[in-house]
Design a protein around this ligand. Structure first.
Ligand code: NAP
Length: 258
């Protein structure tokens, strides 16, 4: 076994969802650096091409795939395409996500449903579609993006429920697939500087720089997180040597509490 992403001369194949930007893009770039061939999956295939170009410019191998993770047919087609064009995927990073924040009394049915569909149904559909390749290979790594919001966060009844749900999903997948050499873990990031946190600042009418300064003042390491901070942790969890770490939730929030 050579680099993390290789088995003999062949690259292992990773799928990262929501990888057109933010944490997903940084993770896709990092896994390509680690030696994986990476399927950059996002709603919009054209948007995913930016990440693919960055990977190819650095000498890596990547494929842009357009799919809605909450649509079973699109997921099946996307995973089949990855298997045909890059090879059987044995690493899956369930990262695609959306926010529809609102106080409970104002939260609409669709605010609830879309968040459940993208985070929970999306992770379920992707994991179900990819696990067969992992089981055939007798090796696999699944990482799902939870959040510190899983512990409760004002205005996020939908999102915190979905992110807590992903933790239960991760633990069950770890139990069911462990004997096939597959691990499943969740990462619960704190404040990471991306379009998602910018959209929260915009919604609250606070300039993003001030929002970041305010958040950093509450974080023990005195800064907000960057997408690369989370990509680094994904890189560890999908590595060869992390095979005895499974069913865990790793909080990456610059300190012990949120
Ligand atoms: P982001 O910048 O908003 O990126 C999310 C990506 O997911 C976007 O490219 C988005 O595409 C894509 N996406 C949304 N719905 C999708 C669907 N149905 N199918 C496929 N792709 C879809 O978010 P981020 O901040 O990088 O967050 C990434 C993950 O980390 C999310 O799960 C988020 O909940 C979690 N997280 C983030 C933070 C943070 O502080 N940023 C903290 C904790 C957890 P479109 O642009 O086309 O919508």
């Amino acid at each position: 076994m050579g680099e993390a992403g290789t088995t003999g001369a062949t690259s292992r194949v990773a799928i990262v969802t929501g990888a057109a930007r933010g944490i997903g893009a940084a993770t896709a770039v990092r896994l390509a650096q680690d030696g994986f061939a990476v399927a950059v999956l996002d709603l919009d295939e054209a948007a995913a091409k930016g990440t693919v170009e960055a990977i190819e410019a650095a000498g890596g191998r990547a494929l842009a795939v357009g799919a809605d993770v909450s649509d079973a047919e699109q997921v099946e087609t996307a995973v089949n395409r990855v298997a045909a064009e890059l090879g059987p995927p044995t690493v899956l990073v369930n990262n695609a996500g959306v926010l529809r924040d609102n106080m409970l009394f104002k939260m609409s049915d669709s605010d609830w449903d879309i968040v459940m569909n993208v985070h929970l149904r999306g992770a379920f559909l992707m994991t179900r579609a990819v696990q067969k390749h992992m089981i055939e290979a007798k090796w696999g790594r699944i990482v799902s993006m939870s959040s510190v919001s899983a512990l409760g966060n004002r205005g996020q009844a939908n999102y915190s429920t979905a992110k807590a749900g992903l933790q239960g999903f991760t633990k069950t997948v770890a139990i069911e697939l462990g004997k096939f050499g597959v691990t499943a873990n969740a990462i619960a990031p704190g404040f990471i500087q991306t379009e998602m946190t910018k959209s929260t600042a915009d919604r609250m009418g606070i300039p993003f720089d001030d929002f970041i300064k305010g958040a950093a003042a509450q974080i023990p390491v005195a800064r907000v997180g960057q997408p690369e901070d989370i990509a680094h942790l994904v890189s560890f969890l999908v590595s060869e040597g992390a095979g005895f770490v499974s069913g865990q939730v790793v909080y990456a929030a610059g300190g012990p509490r949120v």
